[in-house]
Design a protein around this ligand. Structure first.
Ligand SMILES: Nc1ncnc2c1ncn2[C@@H]1O[C@H](COP(=O)(O)OP(=O)(O)O)[C@@H](O)[C@H]1O
Ligand SMILES: Cc1ncc(C[n+]2csc(CCOP(=O)(O)OP(=O)(O)O)c2C)c(N)n1
Ligand SMILES: [Mg+2]
Length: 346
């Protein structure tokens, strides 16, 4: 990825030189950011709103494979997966901190690529980079991002607010990131066997992008506000639909029933899953990394969003004793199990 480019040893700049070099382009743009990079701590002002904070850790070999993930995409995605958690609280994301563990194989140019991706994400989502930490790592690349956002207290949406008879909705479509990953893994194996063969990604742009360049659903939070809908509960889909449904149900002390035929799947996801001998529904239920928003709304709000093509009603909230169920296309009822992605199963 960066093997053939210019290589500047990070030692030439030192830790402080590196931080300065990486962060000088970032300008503070939010009224909530009082002080960003450059002091012992950043200073934020919540202006009377509630503060939302979330952290995620991305580890080379566990969360990403540099054999097929370009570093700029990695920086971009690392920001998206963190912003997604703020949007899942129905908040507006404003700041991030970025912490890096860099193994000696990374020259300055590689870190610059990661920061280009981070900068792109910050520009697009109006986020201030306000700090972080940088260290050498004995093995592999480590990226930890903390995202910070704000919401009025009455807008914050928890996992635990679903009421019986609420409708379960999901944004976008599911399973694409997982199927995209299957293609990248396949091409990696082919390349390892024969480096002369060029990767065959033709016609698969959408699902490859779902894996390499996800977009957190800031737009859905804005849309819900515009429609005057306050979801009763919400979560983002990082581990897979089934796992997130179980989180909403457990936290809300309710059951949830979904309908297989309603799960939104892009045709490319569907066809490619089939090519791999995978069940497209299972890809949506257990694949993960979709970074869509899964939320419940009161039935009274249905009329406000029923014409929106980007939001699909896939089920409803039941009493706790009914458990979490999926009604299949052939009308069989299956219990939903948390077979979502889990880093400890690797
Ligand atoms: N090592 C940890 N120490 C303290 N809290 C943690 C730790 N890891 C995760 N959490 C907390 O556990 C909750 C669930 O985390 P997680 O399953 O990672 O959620 P998400 O899928 O939204 O990232 C969150 O409140 C998170 O902050
Ligand atoms: C090499 C590689 N292995 C696995 C995956 C798939 N994967 C990475 S992260 C993830 C889900 C979310 O990760 P997690 O650490 O559980 O995030 P959180 O739920 O805490 O947001 C999945 C399915 C991948 N993209 N690349
Ligand atoms: Mg997490």
């Amino acid at each position: 990825m960066f093997e053939n480019k210019e290589r500047t040893d990070i030692n030439e700049l030192g830790e402080f030189g590196l931080i300065k070099h990486l962060t000088t382009n970032f300008k503070i743009r939010n009224e909530f950011s009082v002080k960003g990079v450059g002091d012992d701590a950043a200073v934020l002002d919540s202006k009377g709103k509630q503060t939302l904070i979330s952290t995620d850790l991305l580890l080379e070999g566990i969360h990403f494979d540099l054999a097929y993930v370009p570093l700029m995409h990695l920086g971009y995605k690392a920001v998206q997966v963190n912003l997604s958690d703020i949007y899942a609280m129905n908040g507006k994301a404003s700041q991030i901190t970025v912490s890096l563990g860099l193994s000696s194989k990374f020259p300055l140019e590689a870190v610059e690529e990661i920061y280009k991706g981070i900068e792109l994400a910050c520009n697009k989502y109006n986020i201030d980079l306000i700090g972080g930490d940088t260290s050498a790592s004995k093995q592999g690349l480590v990226i930890s991002i903390t995202s910070i956002g704000y919401a009025d207290a009455d807008k914050v949406t928890y996992r635990n607010g679903a009421n019986e008879h609420d409708l379960l909705c999901v944004s976008g479509d599911l399973g694409g990131a997982y199927v995209g990953l299957q293609i990248l893994e396949r091409e990696k194996l082919i390349y390892l066997e024969n480096p002369q063969i060029q990767p065959d990604l033709e016609g698969k742009d959408y699902i490859i992008e779902r894996q390499l360049k996800p977009e957190a659903r800031m737009d859905i939070v804005a849309l819900l506000e515009e429609m005057d809908i306050k979801p009763t509960s919400m979560i983002d889909v990082s581990d897979g639909l089934a796992s997130e449904i179980l989180h909403l149900a457990t936290e809300s002390d309710k059951g949830i029933t979904i309908y297989e035929g309603k799960i939104p799947l892009d045709p490319m996801t569907y066809e490619t899953a089939r090519e791999f001998g995978l069940d497209p529904t299972v890809c949506a239920l257990s694949g993960g990394e979709d970074y869509e928003l899964l939320f419940t709304i009161s039935q009274d709000d249905y009329k406000k969003l029923k014409h929106d093509v980007d939001i699909t009603v896939i089920g409803h909230v039941t009493d706790k004793n009914s458990g979490c169920k999926m009604v299949s296309k052939s009308n069989n009822v299956h219990e939903l199990k948390a077979q979502g992605w889990n880093a400890f199963n690797k």
